[in-house]
Write a protein that binds this ligand. Sequence first.
Ligand SMILES: Cc1cc2nc3c(=O)[nH]c(=O)nc-3n(C[C@H](O)[C@H](O)[C@H](O)COP(=O)(O)O)c2cc1C
Ligand code: SF4
Length: 659
Amino acid sequence: MDTPLLLFSTGKIGRLTLKNRLLMAPMVRNYADERGHMTPRYLAHLQRIACGGVGAMILEASYVSRDGRGFRNELGLHDDSVIPGLRQAAELLHAEDVRLGIQLFHAGRQTSIQVTGEQPVAPSAMPCPLMNELPRALSLAEIRNLVDAFGAAAARVQTAGLDFMEIHAAHGYLITQFLSPFSNRRTDGYGGSVEHRRRFLDEVISAVRARVGKDFPVTVRLSADEMVPGGLTPADTVELAAWLETRGIAAIHVSAGNYASYTRGYMIPPMAIEDAPLVKYAALIRERVKIPVIAVGKLRTPELAEAVLANGQADFIALGRELLADPDWPRKAQSAAADTIHKCIACNQGCISRLFDQRDVWCTVNPECGREREFAEHMRARKPYKLLIVGGGPAGMEAARYAAGAGLQVILCEAQAQLGGQLRAAGAAPYRPGWHQLQEDLQSSLQRLGVEVRLNTRVDRKYVEREKPFALIVASGAQPVRPQIPGVNDMYVFTARDVLEGHSTAVGSVLVAGGGCSGAQTAEYLARAGHTVTLIEAEGDIAADAPLDDRTLLIGRLRALKVNILSHTRLLSIENQVVHVAVDGENTQMAFDTVVLCLGARSENKLEHDVLGLVPHVFTVGDAVRPRKVTEAVTEGALAGLGVAKDSSREAATLVASA
Ligand SMILES: Cc1cc2nc3c(=O)[nH]c(=O)nc-3n(C[C@H](O)[C@H](O)[C@H](O)COP(=O)(O)O)c2cc1C
Ligand code: SF4
């Protein structure tokens, strides 16, 4: 693609001029400290993104008072002690010619006592269907205090030298809870009519303006469609946006959904949702207002983002996960190198799933995300020492990418005829194109970096003895479990991996044993191929290990495909295509033409022990340690590649001498 012209034209948000039309979307990272302060880790991360060429960055939802904290290590704006850290961020970003904003936020009922230490508060005492904790209804005095807290937070933003701020009135947090009849059942001046429901936001805007003056750019983020019965609709939000324009708001940032509709997949669209699903809402609002409109949501490529501007659907583009995956997205787009962008694959494994578990944010396709300082250290190998990597799955390929990038001579051995490991089966399942994309990206990196790939190659102690590597990385993954039950080796019993990779072909009616995420996806794959499918799971929940939104969408599709789902059902034995199972402890039998096993995996790491004393440095990574998710495999692989590169740059001589 040629350089996208509109994306790289200057643009104005209020009095602020941005060097281009790209903003970083607000994303809580859980990188702040427990007092809500900026940390060195967070600063390094922000600076790395700023270097990639984005025009402005909106820092995450930052709580204006302690009872509004949504995540344990979220940024705060609740007292003056946060100012120095924010000032440092502003100075760093200004040096890169990037404008900085921040979200003013209160979680309301969409948080937990475990995070805030107290019962959540809300307009009305109604629990959020996802959090399921009963909040306390705010008194009038408490509402006044919260309005003041927003004003005081705004003053801190200005004092810290930031360029703009965004009021977070989206995603079902406190301000939306007031705006929406879905969560606001008050009968006083803050509930009922549209005017009453927006009164809290009105007072927040007045309090902010009173503290920062009338020219300081303030944007508002809205959920155009709450996607819940009785919630805010696009028609409601268009009118709200028009009113916000009259209240002096500088731009409207258009997202969608709240926690109750999170699993529909529009707030943070997963792999199974199409690209750019929210642009239509931005376009609707843009037709009604004259102030700039910011579009967001799975705008993964420069072509797509440019088209949104060219079609007049928005004025600015916010990139969220795209910048976690590749901070250089803007720079690469501008230099017509869009094909080298590491695209976010919308797996949601490293980022939002970890955040919802109250852990720090990673990125599956970019192990450097949140580890910028570690990866920035100089790590050129002193000589092209030989690194042998065993296993060409995500962990092995990522280790090879980092080590080869640092100048090591990398040999990657794979027992199968193809690279990819678990990515091959994962990407074959319906709605999972991202896994094949990751596989292709990794493979082309290895090719570019000159990694020697040896396929169909099993490595044992003798092989390692012959190769005499400086270091060995064992990334041999895990093999599907075949339980020790009668009939498990019959000719019509396959593993899910064999089926998805095309090594075995199911016929007729199929029983899929094992209802984890992989089992459920295999059932979907088979049902779409026209088989009658029954999925059994020994425990209660199907796909319990999948991200929340993926799980709900997947179960919905299984139902639509009429897959027969049986929970609490354990496989006992197989005999001439008759399957014996225990349903809630009661034995029964069913007939199937094919049985597909998806009962977990067992690590394969024998080599680690076999080479004891032979190689100075041995790392075992990914599923070879313990079967887990791709995000962990990739991260461990990258860290091992980095570790070997560092050792080779420091102590290689000693290590080789001792070999
Ligand atoms: C880890 C993570 C944290 C997020 N935190 C926020 C937040 O603090 N405030 C907000 O308005 N949206 C938040 N979002 C939503 C993003 O701003 C964005 O709207 C969404 O990810 C879709 O855009 P994308 O496809 O470019 O990532 C978050 C998303 C992710 C993945
Ligand atoms: S973890 Fe997955 S969804 Fe999240 S930013 Fe990285 S690639 Fe995208």
